[in-house]
Design a protein. Structure first.
Length: 81
């Protein structure tokens, strides 16, 4: 069995060790996240891709409206295949 002094030492050391290990882990995690941050060039490329996707979505919506007017029932025919 532990003596009272050993128990007190353990109660003091455990939080200290946890704080040190936790601090090291947080520092490493922050460095890893910083390393994964996108570059300004990749952010610009992603914005360009998002703009392109939005334009394509608008065009597809327009084409679907045209097909709805010009060829009613086209959706059911395309789903039956």
């Amino acid at each position: 069995m532990w003596t009272e002094n050993e128990t007190m030492l353990g109660l003091v050391m455990l939080p200290a060790v946890c704080a040190i290990v936790g601090g090291i882990w947080l520092s490493a995690r922050k460095a890893a996240l910083r390393a994964q941050a996108p570059s300004p060039e990749s952010e610009a490329h992603m914005r360009e891709l998002l703009d392109t996707a939005r334009r394509m979505e608008q065009r597809i919506g327009y084409l679907e409206r045209v097909l709805d007017n010009e060829a009613p029932g086209w959706r059911s025919r395309s789903e039956a295949r």
